[in-house]
Every structure is written in structure tokens, then in C-alpha cells.
Design a protein around this ligand. Structure first.
Ligand code: PAZ
Length: 348
């Protein structure tokens, strides 16, 4: 009987993934910006936080018409970034393109149009902020102006899962010299499944089998492995592969001295703490923050090794502490700031 192939070591899986799936076109530009940012803040003795935020897409075609996505709007990441900045960190905000941004989040994804925050001053014929929004916008604008003046926020974007992983790995390596002054706050919703480059069809997937000839997608004699997406009759069959688990590499290889806070999302309350504890032990992060899709804006659970002794955490920590943080019902306003301020303070 044929034996299943042994699973590759983490280092082999990493090298295979990054050699098969090419980097985003703007990576080198992003790294030039990140290098200068990190060096400047390191020379000024400032701690640097890499905050990841938003969802990662899974493209189904090389010329991407269709992709798989997830729910994340980037609220957690954008809001938390503001609290890190307030706590004196320099922040590299690695976010999904067009998801929420620190400061502008207060206005950009509102149910109202941004024009609803504006009014015309009849005396001068100029556009002003509506009376009702003056106080809050002035407060947000001042915070944003301070951050711009101090140059403590660098915004980088990604779209798909492979772009995200490339950016995370390369920026993490740049942060390595910061040692314990580096913090990773991994709030992005990262896909567990993807289509590897060599199994991606080039052109738009056709909805009818008679049009989905292999000729338009590399030719029948192509040496490529079978495409991950194909039509069968009127159905679309998609065969996704697991994204290699790189979170441990962050600790072991890319930024071994950094503080790492990662998030775990579940929908089943019975799974949450169990999965967060599993992630803490498996990836050796310092803190795993668990949240449920339906209540994520109001409650999170902090899972960390009970003993904050470094060896205990990095070794086979058996005991794990959990701490629930809930925003009282009365404070569950439209904004998610309540929980973020608590999370921000805990990480600060
Ligand atoms: O972006 P958002 O505020 O709507 O959601 C935040 C979140 C739930 C994506 C984040 O808190 C999280 O749990 N991120 C990790 C998800 C995961 O890969 O398990």
C-alpha cells in the first residue's frame, strides 16, 4: 500500500509556499518605507507595533474576477491602532485595502455619507463641519494631526492571502532587530484555505461546461497540476488547499524576541476557549484574544500562560489563564471603542 507523503517541516513548508506563490508587486516599495520607519523609531527608542487588520481574499483566477472573502471590516485593527498610538507606540498598520483606517474610521464606513457631516456656511459660501459633529471631529482631527506630525503611523495595504503573508513575513524580519521592543497584534482575519498559484486558472471561470475548455486556461497538454476550480455541468467545484500555519514561524524564525498577541475567532461558544488555548500552546504567542463573531464588539477572552515566566510560556505550558472582558450593556453604543480601549490598555 502506498504510504502518505510525510508532512514537510515548517521551514520546508515556508520555503515551498513562498517560492510557489510570488510576492505582491508593491512589496519592495512597502519594505523601503517600513525599513526607514522602523530604523527611525528604533533610534528614538520607541516601541513599534505591527497591527494587522481586515480580511484576506482568496482569488480563484489569475486575472481575478471572483474571489472568496470574509466578513472582517477592520474595526478591531483600526480602533486598536489608535490606542497603541495613544500609548506611545509607532504603528505599522498592515490592512486590507479599503478596510477601516485609524481616525478616518469614525466617518468612512458610517451608514451616513461623509457629506452628511458637512454643511455650507452661508456667510462665507464655504464648506464647514456640521455643528452637530464639530466637537467629535475636532477631537479626532487633533489626534490624527499629532500622529501625522510625529510620523508614528505607517499604513501599508494588502488584498489577498498571499500578499498578506509576504508582507507579514518581510516586515517581521525588518522588526527583528527591535527585539522585545517589537509587538505584533494580529487582528486580520486570515483565510485558512487558498488556491496555490500553480493550480489557479488564468481566465474567468465559465459558468457552462462547454465554454470551460482547458485551451483557454493553459491548454490540455499543460504540465500544470489540475486546476483548483472547474465547472461540472452547471456546478462550480472548488478544491482549496490549506494555508500553511506560519504563526509559529513568527516566534521561531522571523521575530523571536517580539511580544505576540494573536486573535482567535469562532462562532461556537463551546469551541472558543479550547481553540484559543490550543493556539497559545501551538504557536507560543504571549496572548491569544478569543472572540465570537456575534459578540466580538462587546466581549473578548484573554488567554495567556498562567505563569508569566518566559520558559513556562515558550515551553510546554500546561496551565493557561483565561480572563473575560465584557463591555457593560449600557456602554454598548454604536462604536466598538469600549472593548478596544480595554484591549489597548492591556497590551500597552
Ligand atoms: O475586523 P472586525 O473588527 O470586524 O473583526 C475582528 C476579527 C474578529 C477579525 C478579529 O478580532 C479576529 O478575531 N481576528 C482573527 C481571526 C482568525 O483568524 O481567527
Amino acid at each position: 500500500m502506498e504510504q502518505p507523503a510525510p508532512s514537510p517541516t515548517p521551514a520546508a513548508a515556508e520555503s515551498q509556499y513562498f517560492s510557489l506563490n510570488p510576492p505582491p508587486a508593491n512589496l519592495s516599495n512597502h519594505l523601503t518605507l517600513a525599513r526607514a520607519f522602523i530604523e527611525r523609531h528604533a533610534s528614538e527608542g520607541r516601541r513599534v507595533a505591527l497591527v494587522t487588520s481586515g480580511g484576506t481574499t482568496v482569488p480563484l483566477e489569475e486575472q481575478t474576477v471572483r474571489f472568496i472573502d470574509n466578513f472582517s471590516a477592520g474595526t478591531r485593527g483600526a480602533t486598536s491602532a489608535e490606542y497603541f498610538l495613544q500609548q506611545g507606540y509607532a504603528v505599522i498598520y498592515l490592512h486590507r485595502q479599503f478596510s477601516l483606517l485609524p481616525y478616518s474610521r469614525h466617518y468612512s464606513h458610517d451608514k451616513r455619507s461623509f457629506l452628511d457631516f458637512m454643511a455650507e456656511d452661508p456667510a462665507t459660501g464655504t464648506v464647514v463641519v456640521d455643528e452637530e459633529h464639530q466637537a467629535k471631529m475636532l477631537r479626532v482631527l487633533r489626534q490624527y494631526a499629532d500622529v501625522k506630525r510625529a510620523n508614528t503611523l505607517l499604513i501599508l495595504s494588502f488584498v489577498n492571502i498571499t500578499d498578506y503573508l509576504w508582507e507579514l513575513r518581510e516586515v517581521a524580519k525588518l522588526m527583528r532587530p527591535l527585539g522585545a521592543n517589537a509587538l505584533f497584534y494580529l487582528a486580520a482575519a486570515v483565510s485558512d484555505f487558498f488556491v496555490p498559484k500553480d493550480r489557479m486558472v488564468e481566465h474567468k471561470i465559465q459558468s457552462a461546461e462547454e465554454f470551460s475548455s482547458s485551451a483557454s486556461n493553459g491548454g490540455a497538454a499543460s504540465s500544470k497540476p489540475p486546476p483548483a476550480a472547474r465547472t461540472q455541468g452547471k456546478s462550480l467545484i472548488i478544491d482549496l488547499e490549506p494555508v500553511p500555519k506560519f504563526l509559529k514561524q513568527l516566534v521561531d524564525g522571523w521575530a523571536p524576541e517580539a511580544m505576540i498577541v494573536s486573535f482567535k475567532l469562532e462562532t461556537d461558544p463551546a469551541m472558543l476557549v479550547r481553540k484559543a488555548v490550543y493556539a497559545l500552546h501551538r504557536y507560543h504567542h504571549h496572548l491569544v484574544i478569543g472572540n465570537l463573531l456575534s459578540t466580538r464588539k462587546w466581549e473578548v477572552v484573554f488567554v495567556s500562560a498562567e505563569d508569566d515566566d518566559e520558559d513556562d510560556l515558550r515551553g510546554d505550558a500546561k496551565s493557561t489563564a483565561e480572563k473575560w472582558i465584557r463591555v457593560p450593556r449600557s456602554r454598548r453604543a454604536r462604536s466598538a471603542s469600549g472593548i478596544e480601549s480595554l484591549v489597548g490598555k492591556a497590551a500597552g
